[in-house]
Design a protein around this ligand. Structure first.
Ligand code: GYE
Length: 339
């Protein structure tokens, strides 16, 4: 190597170590090289998963674990908060005190993160919100968000219903809708409600007959749907904000013999996620629409962490690609569905 290029290489190295390259990252890249005392050159990531309420969540956890492996240069600390925000805050604090290089967390709720994220920021630990987002005015508390566009998912559900009712010539008929909502205060539930409402509000014939929190679980979906069925005899559409609740609701609907009304018209069932079991119900004509929510964020997460820690430029808000499934296209996807 010529003297000059040796010097240039040294300068680049020094710049990298001091964090002055890639001014877009406010975090100390020196930490990347500082792990050798503990996990020999691995990047230590603390991952706080919010719980294990659904097949979607299991697939999401696996995707992260498969991407942040030691072979790929990561040492992953994993905690499961079992739907408790307090527990999740404790998990984040424990990651900070262990001096991890980065924190990834799926926020169970949107609100209430300022204090702990402020502590991470003070400690120089970049935090990525995965899957669900947080509500904060202080955008610098998060290094980045990587997840799904819940509002667009809700809009897509509304657009499909609008089109379907038009095709059936029911655009002026009174349509009674029951909603099984996901965890109250979560960005997933809020976003899907907001998006669906945006379309509902321009359809004067859509009426919200019933809505209740069924916590994204199958057992709650079944229980709440059973109650709806006993209280209302004229539900036309059920919007379940995830597959677990839709599958629970379907059990309640079928055991009450209410999948078809007296005129032989099928109750329209809309779901979100696109898990294998729900896609099978789409194929079998039980669920009419499943709006995909993509849990396979691991590879994009890995790249994002690498970019943040090495000071490269990166997008602060990142959405995963998603689509919608109906009986018309579901066969193409069922075979390869791993979750
Ligand atoms: O739809 C659901 C889950 O946050 C996108 O959480 C997520 C939702 C997903 O448990 O199944």
């Amino acid at each position: 190597m010529k003297k000059q290029s040796k010097f240039a290489a040294l300068l680049v190295l020094l710049a990298l170590l001091s964090g002055s390259l890639g001014a877009c990252s406010p975090f100390d890249v020196g930490e990347l090289a500082g792990q050798e005392d503990t996990q020999q050159d691995l990047v230590t990531v603390g991952f706080s998963q919010l719980g294990s309420e659904s097949a979607w969540r299991t697939a999401n956890t696996k995707s992260v674990q498969d991407a942040l492996t030691t072979e790929n240069g990561f040492f992953l600390l994993y905690d499961n908060a079992r739907q408790l925000q307090d527990q999740q805050i404790k998990d984040l604090r424990s990651f900070i005190s262990q001096r991890v290089d980065a924190i990834v967390f799926c926020p169970v709720e949107e609100e209430g993160w300022e204090t702990v994220l402020g502590e991470a920021y003070e400690a120089g630990v970049p935090v990525i919100a995965l899957d669900r987002n947080i509500a904060t005015k202080n955008q610098s508390l998060l290094a980045a968000f990587l997840g799904e566009d819940m509002r667009t998912e809700g809009v897509n559900a509304g657009l499909w219903l609008e089109k379907t009712l038009q095709e059936e010539g029911r655009q002026d008929e009174d349509i009674r809708i029951a909603v099984l909502e996901g965890t109250e205060g979560s960005s997933a539930a809020e976003g899907r409600s907001e998006g669906f409402l945006a379309i509902a509000s321009r359809n004067q014939n859509w009426h919200f007959a019933a809505q209740a929190d069924a916590q994204f679980t199958r057992a709650k979906g079944r229980e709440v749907m059973k109650r709806f069925l006993s209280e209302f005899d004229d539900i036309d559409v059920v919007v379940a904000q995830n597959d677990e609740m839709a599958l629970g609701a379907l059990e309640a609907i079928e055991s009450a013999g209410r999948l078809y009304n007296e005129d032989g018209r099928k109750l329209i069932l809309i779901s979100f996620d696109g898990s294998r079991e729900a896609l099978e119900a789409v194929r079998d004509g039980e669920i009419d629409l499943d709006v995909e929510c993509n849990p396979l964020s691991g590879p994009a997460l890995r790249e994002l962490i690498e970019n943040i820690l090495s000071g490269k430029s990166y997008e602060k808000v990142n959405y995963l690609p998603e689509q919608v499934f109906t009986r018309e296209n579901v066969d193409e996807y069922l075979d390869s569905r791993a979750y």
